[in-house]
Ligand binder design. Structure first.
Ligand code: FES
Length: 124
C-alpha cells in the first residue's frame, strides 16, 4: 500500500455555474473531498488550477507513485461524488498496480473515467 493523491481542479465551473457565485464548483468539490478524506490515512488531497478538461467539469486526478493514474470528470460538487472519489482513491492506494477491479468501483465514479496513464518505468 502506498499513498494515493487526489488532485482536484479548483477552477472547474459546470455549465450551470452562475457568474458572481463566491466559489467555483471545483472549490466546492475540493472542500467536500478534503472533508471526506480526513479519516483516510493513505489518501492525500491537493488542489490545482485547471487540469485541461474544462468542458467536462468537475475534474479530478488520482495518482500514486509507480501506479496507473486516472483522470475522472463530469462530477457534480456534491457529497456523493466526493465520497465516491475518496473511496475509489483508498482502493487505488491498496492496489500494487493502482488498478481497482471494476466490481469494487464505488457507484459514484462509474461513468466518470476520462483517461488513464500507465506509470513510467522505475529507471526513468
Ligand atoms: S478549469 Fe477544471 S479542468 Fe480546466
Amino acid at each position: 500500500m502506498t499513498i494515493t493523491t487526489i488532485t482536484v481542479c479548483e477552477t472547474c465551473k459546470r455549465d450551470d455555474w452562475q457568474a458572481g457565485t463566491a466559489l467555483t464548483d471545483g472549490e466546492r468539490l475540493a472542500a467536500l473531498v478534503e472533508a471526506a478524506a480526513e479519516d483516510r490515512p493513505l489518501v492525500r488531497v491537493r488542489r490545482h488550477a485547471c487540469l485541461m478538461g474544462c468542458k467536462g467539469a468537475c475534474n479530478v486526478a488520482v495518482q500514486g507513485k509507480g501506479k496507473m493514474a486516472y483522470t475522472l470528470g463530469r462530477f457534480d460538487a456534491d457529497p456523493d461524488a466526493a465520497a465516491g472519489i475518496v473511496a475509489y482513491a483508498a482502493l487505488h492506494a491498496e492496489q500494487d498496480t493502482g488498478v481497482v477491479p471494476f466490481r469494487e468501483w464505488p457507484q459514484a465514479i462509474k461513468g466518470h473515467f476520462v483517461t488513464r496513464h500507465p506509470p513510467l518505468p522505475a529507471d526513468d
